[in-house]
Design a protein around this ligand. Structure first.
Ligand code: UD1
Ligand code: UDP
Length: 400
């Protein structure tokens, strides 16, 4: 019988929480492990939304978010706080996910404590430290000091091997986001959520007075390299499209980063938004600026939409499972698999390119159908299971 090992799962933002939730739930059920959850709360409200959906209660909440935090300020506070946490908790193993500042700081602190580190969603690369910034650097640096690397795809594994990470430390598992998506879809089907801030006729499962379901283009965005001009272009493109397609509804759950909210509300809203969770109506009747949605509501919204316009990493991975075409407002992606399969297209952040490509998809049904009928290259919903198996093998090998 293996002695129970203590694994600390450390995370801070919405996507990390979504993608680690299936792993935490599996670890908590497994008697071979003592699973401790530590959150930096790099995100506060958007993290709490996810914890609530999955019923996860952190053992330690470092509560580090500050309004409009800078990269260095947050990184410095996170490194010190995680270091202290590791000193007190003394886990046998640390698990992180993705490429945020929390991930890099947790990796560095674990390295300083000689604690082996597992990196979920390892090996994604654009090979360009400026895009996405600072995430590409965070994940490359985490790979350098990590112990076990859980690569979602064979391509991610090849990237790690190119960087001379040892072959026997890299495991292809699929992406845990698909596990999370399947868990959420089961809940959404049982009990369809209401979307705050949307009129009745746009709610999932509802129709308008003519008995029709108007088309929805769902939008999200938050990349730092798009701050300023990029976001201005994106918003102006949405305004042009909303005027050109008055029967299509543009639904935009606006990220809480002030650098995102400012241009979005200035260009698309009626007045600027000072508080975080306020709902404001746009002058354009078919543009709906709403608060960040809980994971269940967002999954229901993705499912209800015709098309998704985003710069998000996770959304690029989820949408193909739902058969939704995705236009990515970036010049490069570390997730080329869905681009290759035809479900995802890069449109950059130029106003012209966004307007033209969305317009084409809204008017050309053949083109639209081609993007819908694809399979998902990111997983089968069993990534967490595979990760646990690897962890058991690793811990056994350490104790013998
Ligand atoms: C962060 C990650 C990014 C990830 C994204 C997911 C870094 C450097 N960035 O970007 O990799 O893709 O999360 O969404 O690690 N805020 C709130 N409440 C929240 C969340 C954010 O008010 O729940 C506001 C705060 O003012 C905060 C600011 O947004 O200071 C920025 O948050 P931060 O985590 O530093 O950057 P994101 O843009 O969210
Ligand atoms: N998401 C959510 N509510 C929203 C918007 C997105 O729950 O209002 C989910 C989405 O389904 C995906 C994740 O958040 O799983 C993506 O987070 P984000 O785009 O903030 O970060 P990224 O994936 O780009 O790091």
């Amino acid at each position: 019988m293996m002695k129970r090992k203590k694994i600390s799962v450390i995370f801070g933002t919405r996507p990390e929480a979504i993608k680690l939730a299936p792993v935490i739930l599996a670890l908590k059920k497994d008697r071979r492990f003592i699973c401790k959850v530590c959150v930096t709360a790099q995100h506060r409200e958007m993290l709490d939304q996810v914890l609530e959906v999955f019923g996860i209660k952190p053992d330690v909440d470092l509560n580090l978010m500050r309004r409009n935090q800078t990269l260095s300020d947050f990184a410095a506070r996170a490194l010190v706080a995680i270091d202290k946490y590791l000193t007190n908790e003394k886990p046998d193993f640390v698990l992180v996910q993705g490429d945020t500042t929390t991930v890099f700081c947790a990796a560095l602190a674990s390295f300083y404590h000689h604690i082996p580190l597992g990196h979920v969603e390892a090996g994604l690369r654009t090979w360009n430290f400026n895009a996405p910034w600072p995430e590409e650097a965070n994940r490359v640096l985490t790979s350098r000091i990590g112990t076990l690397h859980f690569a979602p795809t064979m391509g991610n594994r090849r990237n790690l091997l190119k960087e001379r990470i040892a072959t026997d430390r890299v495991f292809v598992t699929g992406n845990t986001v698909i596990d999370a998506l399947f868990l959420a879809l089961a809940k959404v089907k049982k009990c369809p959520p209401d979307i705050d801030g949307l009129p009745d006729f746009l709610q999932p499962g509802k129709c308008n007075t003519a008995g029709k379901k108007p088309r929805i283009v769902l939008i999200t965005g938050h990349r730092r390299e798009n701050f300023g001009k990029g976001f201005e272009n994106i918003c102006r493109a949405i305004a042009v499209l909303a005027k050109r397609f008055p029967d299509v509804h543009f639904v935009y759950p606006v990220h809480l980063n002030p650098n995102v909210r400012e241009p979005v509300y200035r260009i698309l809203g009626q007045h600027s938004d000072k508080s975080s969770f306020c709902i404001h109506h746009s002058e354009l009747e078919n543009v709906h600026l709403i608060a960040p949605q809980s994971y269940l509501s967002f999954v229901a919204l993705m499912n209800r939409s015709s098309l998704i316009l985003t710069d998000s990493g996770g959304v690029q991975e989820e949408a193909p499972s739902l058969g939704k075409p995705v236009l990515v407002m970036r010049d490069v992606t570390e997730r080329p698999e869905a681009v290759d399969s035809g479900a995802v297209k890069l449109v950059g952040t130029s106003r012209k390119s966004i307007v033209r490509t969305v317009g084409n998809l809204l008017t050309d049904s053949k083109l639209y159908k081609r993007m819908r009928h694809t399979r998902n290259p990111y997983g089968d919903g069993k990534a967490a299971e595979r990760i646990i198996k690897v962890l058991v093998r690793f811990i056994r090998s350490q104790t013998h």
